[in-house]
Design a protein around this ligand. Structure first.
Ligand code: 48F
Length: 266
């Protein structure tokens, strides 16, 4: 026999579980800002290796620019060399000839979110990263607030998450790197020491440089995907996603190598 529903128990369960989850992630190995394709691939890989990973996404729905495909036509294109990453997430693709394959954008977004979460990465949605923590020239965490608080410009102080590594996966605006260069005045690993800004559309170049530009920018700070390209002045590429997926995988490798090296340091 079903017990009668008790409203207060439903609320208590949510409150207890959410705050336990938040408390477990107040101090983590990797904080990824932005749940776009590059951030979600990196989150899965790093979480699978046993590191504690949280993804902070300002929108209600994680997935970034995947959902809308090209101009709201919800199919995206990937190249052959990114298919193994899609296979890891169980995303189906269909060849359209040459080097190109299409995926249903909703399936891809859903699968990347599910894959990252199932691997152990926690996603905090509707949470905006509004600042970073800086200690002695090193990025040591993120400053968070609810997106509605931010949008309504309510005068509410944030909370802080400390992390051994922070990833800017915020896409075109590279918001985290902008905070670091503008507010903290730190120089980053780019030709000028600052953000160069993205160039117009050139898919071939943009896809290549998105992966090349995925790197550590200063102690504790990394950039992936379109954020990495914006920082280094790369071209944009639109609704082709192989570079984003490969950027996430490359980033995960860099993060794990640096975290391991740090742990072994005397
Ligand atoms: O832009 P986005 O999808 O990131 P990406 O991994 O992928 C880019 C492609 O989607 C597309 C493209 C394809 O070739 O060029 O644009 O580089 O996702 C970035 C996510 O970051 C969130 C934002 O809502 C989006 O979901 N975001 C941005 N700023 C913040 C943030 C912030 N300050 N705090 C939390 N989330």
């Amino acid at each position: 026999m079903n017990l009668p529903l008790q409203e207060e128990k439903i609320s208590a369960a949510i409150v207890r579980r959410f705050f336990a989850k938040l408390e477990r992630h107040l101090s983590i190995d990797v904080a990824i800002v932005g749940a776009g394709p590059s951030g979600l691939v990196a989150a899965r890989d790093v979480a699978l290796a046993g590191y504690r990973v949280a993804v902070f996404e300002s929108k209600l729905a994680p997935g970034g620019g995947i959902w809308g495909g090209g101009m709201l036509l919800n199919e995206v294109v990937v190249q052959t060399d990114a298919l193994p990453i899609l296979a890891d997430f169980g995303v189906a693709s269909e060849s359209v000839g040459d080097d190109y394959h299409t995926c249903d954008a909703v399936e891809m977004a859903g699968a990347l979110i599910y894959g990252a979460r199932r691997a152990g990465a926690v996603i905090f949605n509707a949470v905006k990263v509004e600042d970073v923590v800086v200690r002695d020239g090193r990025i040591c965490g993120v400053v968070i607030n609810w997106t509605p608080v931010h949008r309504l410009q309510m005068h509410v102080d944030p909370l802080v998450i400390t992390a051994r590594a922070v990833v800017d996966g915020t896409g075109h605006p590279s918001e985290v790197v902008a905070m670091v260069t503008r507010k903290a005045g730190l120089l980053i690993d780019s030709p000028t020491g600052g953000i160069l800004g993205e160039k117009p559309m050139w898919m071939e170049s943009g896809e290549r440089t998105t992966v090349e530009n995925t790197k550590r920018l200063c102690p504790g700070l990394y950039a992936s995907g379109m954020a990495a390209n914006n920082v280094q002045g790369g071209f944009r590429m639109g609704p082709i996603f192989g570079g984003m997926l490969k950027s996430g995988r490359k980033l995960a490798g860099l993060l794990m190598a640096d975290l391991r090296a740090e742990s072994n340091a005397p």
